[in-house]
Design a protein around this ligand. Structure first.
Ligand SMILES: Cc1cc2nc3c(=O)[nH]c(=O)nc-3n(C[C@H](O)[C@H](O)[C@H](O)COP(=O)(O)OP(=O)(O)OC[C@H]3O[C@@H](n4cnc5c(N)ncnc54)[C@H](O)[C@@H]3O)c2cc1C
Length: 360
């Protein structure tokens, strides 16, 4: 950490490592919402989380990266040095070299913030999602309300007869002062008749770990993703339809609200192009046994297809599955051709191909 409010992060660090070090100084940079995620892959694909509405994506806060390229050279990439490589690293994934250190800009956050969940019955999903999308267009950038539709885990604040039933969960995070957050969330309770709501002041670094138990290693996963500029009736109807036929207890439909600072960066500024995306939807197929592979993968693909007509162009590479290699050009949209030119210059033999590969 330096006086310029910078974090210098080695590539093996997890989000938990970064948050722990920066929060000692009341600072943070936007990263993802599971503390076990690696900073390297998350950053190189884009990176979004609870601070994105206010401070942008992880790549919007990347100041420089130390990179070992395919010819064995160690470079510093920034706006001043190897600027084309720096452009490509911010969203282009692991296609251009091995990053050994990241330099991030930091912002004042917490250490105490207001966060928690409000859980609504699935029968109220239409009403809750309709009110949610209206609220989302007007809510200040300090406030983040996301949506998860899944079967209720056996959480102590939920009545026992709700455990295992479909629910609509609104995870809430306020980046500003706790007292201001308390006022901002009042309206959300009126979206429906909640089953329960554990919301309170807590350390930011603890909230960053709140969802780790739901995504512990070892499960089988099949994820797909769409961007949305708005949640239309068609989008919410397909979300509700497929949340009503979840094939396994850990499968979920997840919507991250990212409208704000990330939309104020131009699409050409760096490799990640989708600056019109206000919501990122993750079709989160997750299950335990090989016997469920077919049903869970089929559910994920069917929902992905049903919701596609309401999505905007492009996709977030960090939520694409291995079998989506033919979607890479679309994921980069108008920036793809420039990425190909940079790939030719820094990795002409495609040494770095264990990724959403930019093929020459
Ligand atoms: C539980 C979970 C929660 C998630 N939540 C979020 C979220 O909230 N927000 C979000 O934006 N994303 C989220 N993601 C997606 C996440 O950003 C991607 O899975 C990302 O690839 C994870 O990076 P990693 O370093 O942990 O993984 P790894 O498997 O180590 O790396 C993934 C890829 O990144 C590249 N890579 C990794 N390290 C380097 C390096 N040092 N140099 C060059 N290339 C490298 C390689 O191509 C590698 O194959 C989540 C993923 C999981 C599993």
């Amino acid at each position: 950490m330096s006086k310029k409010k910078r974090a210098y992060v080695d590539a093996g660090a997890t989000l938990a490592d970064l948050d722990a070090a920066t929060q000692r100084h009341g600072l943070a940079t936007p990263v993802g919402i599971n503390s076990t995620t690696g900073i390297a892959g998350l950053t190189l694909g884009g990176g979004f989380g609870w601070l994105t509405r206010k401070y942008g994506m992880t790549i919007d806060n990347l100041v420089a990266a130390e990179v070992v390229t395919a010819d064995g050279k160690k470079l510093r990439a920034s706006e001043q040095d190897d600027a084309e490589l720096f452009w490509a690293l911010r969203g282009g994934g692991g296609n251009f070299g091995v990053v050994t250190q990241f330099e991030f800009a930091l912002h004042p956050v917490g250490p105490e913030i207001l966060a928690g969940l409000i859980v609504f019955p699935f029968a109220q999903a239409k009403q809750v999602l309709t009110r949610y999308r209206q609220f989302a267009t007007m809510s200040p950038e300090d406030l983040n309300v996301w949506v998860v539709l899944r079967q209720a885990p056996p959480l102590p604040f939920l009545p026992q007869n709700v455990h295992g039933k479909e629910v609509v969960v609104l995870p809430i995070f306020c980046a500003g002062k706790v007292a201001d957050g308390q006022k901002l969330i009042e309206q959300i309770r009126a979206f429906g008749d909640p089953h329960g709501e554990p919301i309170g002041a807590q350390p930011y670094a603890e909230w960053q770990k709140a969802f780790d138990p739901l995504l512990a290693p070892g499960a089988r996963n099949y994820w797909k993703s769409h961007n949305f500029t708005e949640l239309s009736d068609g989008a919410t109807d397909s979300i509700i339809e497929y949340a009503g036929k979840l094939p396994a207890p850990q499968c979920e439909i997840f919507i991250g609200h990212i409208a704000g600072a990330a939309n104020r960066v131009t699409p050409r500024a760096m490799a990640y192009a989708h600056r019109d995306a206000k919501f990122i939807l993750n079709v989160h197929g997750r299950w335990e046994s090989a016997a469920q592979d077919t049903s869970c993968i089929e559910w994920s693909r069917a929902f992905f297809k049903a919701s596609a007509p309401y999505a905007s162009a492009g996709a977030y590479v960090n939520f694409m599955t291995e079998d989506e290699g033919n979607r890479v050009a679309a994921a980069y949209g108008s920036n793809f051709d420039r990425l190909v030119q940079i790939k030719k210059r820094y990795d002409p033999k495609n040494v770095f191909h264990f990724n959403q590969n930019i093929k020459l």
